[in-house]
Design a protein around this ligand. Structure first.
Ligand SMILES: Nc1ncnc2c1ncn2[C@@H]1O[C@H](COP(=O)(O)OP(=O)(O)OP(=O)(O)O)[C@@H](O)[C@H]1O
Length: 321
């Protein structure tokens, strides 16, 4: 399987602060890789190193076959990078925006290129609409159009659907899958669990360190979590929540509507801790496999504990939003 991205030991410091720490990542060509992690964990910094916008302080590797240290210009030409703050000209139409991008980048046959790209993303019928009048979802789609205009081989998308409604996000992801099916590789950062589950693979970063990488099933399985569900009326659940919170053997209690999700990495300890509550009136217990969110929260809790045990100075700090 050929790798679109293959880097190892990537490290980036800003001053004394290590923001990305010894990160190794392989992304097969044609795959959609989700990049997850708390705010400030180093996702954007990594994306910027991969496309040659930032020079790593340590590590090496290749992106699209080119050395990320010495061949940044060749990489940039073949990458579409959608930043968190992509800008469109609101007083230009969709078509004018794209034509402007195409000319700025010196692309040939602007008219044909713009038309093909707009048709591909279902934007042609709206081509005369001003960017200012587009909904959030259509703006994202236009930004995506601008990113693929020069026919890149790799898309780096930094939270492309933040604040976009579910239908528009679903459409956006359908488009990403179509692009991947045509051979484009996508590395996309997101905070949405449902989006993570739409990826072929996911990588989870915290405090600048890659904590886990694999398919969703692999990541969930590797968490080693055992979880169970308690359902019942709100008052009974609130009492149960209070009783379980901080109880030895229970590492995680989270309310979800009319249920509590309870988990631990020690199945035996969890069983023992919950035994006295199994016959609580009004509460029904049921098996519930861990979710991806459970796995991430569990991973973060482990890292936060480690950080709390004195790794403070000079380390990257995740900003919990
Ligand atoms: N140019 C810079 N100079 C100094 N510090 C920086 C610079 N760029 C990023 N940082 C810091 O590095 C850390 C990682 O930032 P980064 O933007 O890579 O995280 P992120 O995972 O993308 O976060 P988010 O999910 O909020 O977008 C943050 O603490 C940020 O403040």
């Amino acid at each position: 399987m050929s790798m679109a991205i293959s880097v190892s030991g990537l490290t980036k410091r800003f001053g004394e602060r290590v923001v990305v720490n010894d990160l190794s990542l392989n992304v097969p060509a044609g795959q959609i890789m989700g990049f997850l992690g708390p705010n400030g964990s180093g996702k954007t910094t990594t994306l910027r190193m991969l496309c040659g916008l930032l020079t790593p302080d340590g590590g090496q590797g290749r992106c699209l076959g080119h050395d990320i240290r010495t061949e940044a210009a060749a990489i940039k030409r073949q990458v579409g990078y959608m930043t968190q703050k992509f800008s469109l000209y609101e007083d230009l139409s969709i078509q004018e925006n794209l034509a402007f991008f195409a000319r700025v980048h010196g692309l040939p046959k602007v008219g044909v290129l713009v038309r093909e790209t707009l048709e591909r993303l279902g934007l042609w019928s709206r081509r005369s609409q001003l960017a200012a009048h587009l909904s959030g979802g259509w703006k994202q789609r236009l930004a995506l159009a601008a990113c693929i205009l020069h026919r890149p081989r790799l898309l780096l998308l930094d939270e492309p659907t933040a604040g976009v409604d579910p239908q528009a996000r679903r459409d956006f992801w359908a488009e990403l899958h179509r692009l991947a099916a045509d051979g484009l590789t996508v590395l996309v950062s997101t905070h949405y669990m449902d989006e993570a589950e739409r990826c072929h693979g996911i990588a989870y970063l915290a405090y600048g360190t890659l904590l886990t990488c694999g398919t969703v099933d692999q990541v969930v399985a590797s968490s080693g979590l055992t979880t169970t569900r308690a359902s019942g009326p709100p008052e009974a659940l609130a009492r149960l929540h209070q009783a379980l919170h901080g109880l030895a053997g229970v590492e995680m209690v989270a309310p979800f509507g009319r249920a509590l999700h309870v988990g631990s990495s020690d199945a035996q300890a969890l069983g023992a801790a919950l035994a006295p509550f199994r016959h609580t009136p009004d509460i029904v217990w049921s098996d519930d496999p861990p979710s991806l969110e459970d796995a991430f929260i569990h991973l973060m809790a482990g890292v936060t504990r480690t950080q709390g045990q004195g790794q403070g100075q000079g380390q990257a700090g995740a900003e919990h939003g």
